[in-house]
Each structure stands twice: as C-alpha cells, then as structure tokens.
Design a protein around this ligand. Structure first.
Ligand SMILES: [Fe+2]
Length: 354
C-alpha cells in the first residue's frame, strides 16, 4: 500500500516537473531517448509506386487548365503517402512529372536546389542551362545544377513529359533555399547544343580546367549513349547479385558523383534475373525505362510486392530490405541521397541477411 502511494507520488512529482519544464520551453530527453537514438533507422516515408498509365491522363488535363508560363513549371508532385502536402517523395528528395506543350516556354529562373530531369515521353522539347540548349529524348538525364539559369521550351509537335528530381526537402530542412527569376523569358543563347558533352564527356578534358568539385559540367547524359554502354557491358560482365549491372553517372572532372546532392545510377538486369535481399540507408527513387518486373520490399507480414513497367516511378525508402525480379531485359534509372550521406560518413549497406 505504502509502495503504491510512493509510486503515485513519484508519478505526480514527475508530471508536475514536466509541466513546469514545458512552461520554460524545455523538455526531458529521457522521454524521447529511445526514439531519437534508435538501434536502426526509423523512417517516415513508405514504399510507393506511381503508375505512369494512371497519371498520364490527369497530367495532360493540366495542359488545358494552366499554361507553362502561368504555372512557371507545370508539375504534378509525386508525394509520398507519408508526406501529404509536404512536397516530398523521400525524406530528402522531391519528385514530380512536368508537362510542356508545343510552343510553350517555361520561363528562365535559377535556384539553389539541384534539379535533374529524366525524359519520359515525347521529343522536341529542350532545356537550356546557362544558355546551352539540350534537346530531350526518351531516357535522357539532364542536370540543372545549383544556381544555374535554366528555361525549358518546346519546338516539337507532341506533348513532352519528364520527371523532375530535386533535393528540395533537404535544402528546406537546412534553410538554404534561394530563388531568382530572370528578367526575360529566356536566358540568352550560349554555347551550341551538346557543347558540354563534347568538352567534358569524351574522355578528354581541357588542359588547365579547375573542377568546381560540386556538379558535373555536363548538362545531359543521353540515354542512347548510356544504354549502348550497358548493353555492351552486359555481354561481358558478371552480374552483381544485388544489383545486376549498376553504373553511376559521374562528374568526369572529379570521378565523383555527377551531382553534389543527388546520386544517379542506371541499372540493367537481364530477363529472368532475381537480385538478393539488399538494404541501404539511401532513400531511393527508381524509374523503369525499359522492361518490367517487381520489387519485393520488406519480409514476412510486412512484405510488399510492387509491379513496375516502363515510366513507372517508385520509392524504396532508407533501410527497407528489398530485392528485384525482372521478366524482361530491364533498365532502371535511380536517384538517391547517397552522395550526401557519404559526405557525412553515414551511408551504409547490408548485403543479404547479415
Ligand atoms: Fe527550376
């Protein structure tokens, strides 16, 4: 009896203490200790897929409702179900689908978030980065680095759709977002199309070049070229049991990742290939470019199977065990926050069950 009274007494003393702390704008660490320092990552985002066939129609509707100029960027954000209205696909990355119609211009601006475009439908549109135009083709990966002027236009005849991936949530969390509109609709024309690829992407570099050690000076990594490389390698490569053939897009001036805050990869898995269970701390956005298959995420009662086909976009969050199975020769583009985690000494992987 005395013990129960004593427990009640300490409980009420603690509550009274916490109430007084709260009035001072402080709180006890011991209440949240186990949540803050979890044994393994506790992640808010959840696995999710956006099926292109389901999105295409509603994206095209936006073309009748708002112009690219009025919208600045006509983008439907693909928000993780755990992050509604937060513009986040993962903890650190934003992704969306952008539509541009023939004759439209998405006006020139620049911002501190890094952005990449992955072209998913149509030909004839272009992105201009610091005045260098890049004409878009299916699967091309285009970079618009931090604080570079960029505008988009469309000189073709069919709607063009691309996927945007930005480090926006990461920058928002550290409060370093700046934005500026260019006074004119388009940035003045600069080097000819393809100049950066010729100058920096041909296994030669200009003598005396000083790399900026941040983002690649190449604005476009054409899918045709990357795919040709992977096809050639596939005839003469051992498959990584966890990835198939997986190549990272790099900055040729440093050999490091092509972007300072988003790691980018192209994965090729041959028909019938099944990867082993894999876990990594990088939060990943995958986009199927060719082929089809499924990713099995989690295990036991929590197992989820996500079927994907071309243009589908899906998220595997940080530290979710997953494995792939593909029914055809399959190409997948992947964007993650590995480069940021690596710079901070945080990136980890676990191959298999150990
Ligand atoms: Fe932009």
């Amino acid at each position: 009896m005395a013990r129960a009274a004593q427990t009640k007494d300490i409980d009420s003393q603690r509550q009274d203490y916490k109430d007084r702390l709260r009035k001072l704008g402080i709180s006890p660490l011991w209440d949240q200790y186990r949540d803050l320092l979890s044994i393994e990552p506790q992640i808010t985002s959840v696995p999710h897929i956006w099926k292109y066939d389901e999105l295409r129609g509603i994206l095209m509707e936006s073309g009748d409702l708002i112009s690219a100029q009025e919208a600045q960027r006509r983008v439907l954000m693909l928000e993780n179900p755990a992050f509604q209205d937060q513009c986040k696909a993962t903890e650190t990355l934003f992704t969306g689908l952008q539509l541009i119609l023939p004759g439209e211009i998405a006006p020139a601006h620049r911002h501190t978030p890094n952005a990449l475009r992955l072209i998913l439908e149509g030909d004839g549109a272009y992105t201009s980065v610091n005045g260098e135009k890049t004409v878009m083709h299916y699967g091309d990966y285009i970079i618009t680095p931090n604080w570079c002027w960029h505008d988009h236009g469309h000189e073709g005849t069919e709607p063009v759709v691309w996927q945007d991936i930005l480090d926006l949530p990461l920058l928002k969390s550290i409060g370093t977002i700046f934005y500026e509109s260019y006074p004119d609709e388009q940035f003045p024309e600069g080097p000819p199309p393809g100049d950066s690829l010729h100058r920096y992407g041909s296994n030669m570099l200009p003598v005396g070049l000083q790399p900026d050690n941040l983002n690649s000076p190449i604005f476009c990594y054409p899918y045709e070229k990357s795919r040709e490389t992977m096809e050639a390698l596939s005839a003469n490569s051992e498959l990584d049991p966890y990835h198939g053939i997986k190549m990272e897009f790099i900055d040729p001036t440093t050999g490091g990742p092509a972007m300072s805050s988003i790691s980018t990869f192209l994965i090729r898995m041959p028909q019938g290939f099944k990867t082993e269970r894999y876990q990594t701390t990088e939060g990943a956005i995958f986009t199927c470019l060719e082929g089809k298959g499924r990713v099995v995420i989690g295990s036991g009662d929590a197992e989820q199977i996500i079927e994907f086909s071309p243009r589908d976009i899906f998220v595997v969050p940080c530290w979710y065990p997953h494995r792939f199975e593909v029914d055809e020769n399959t190409y997948i583009f992947e964007g993650t926050d590995k480069v940021v985690q690596s710079k901070l000494g945080l990136w980890r992987e676990r191959r298999g069950n150990t």
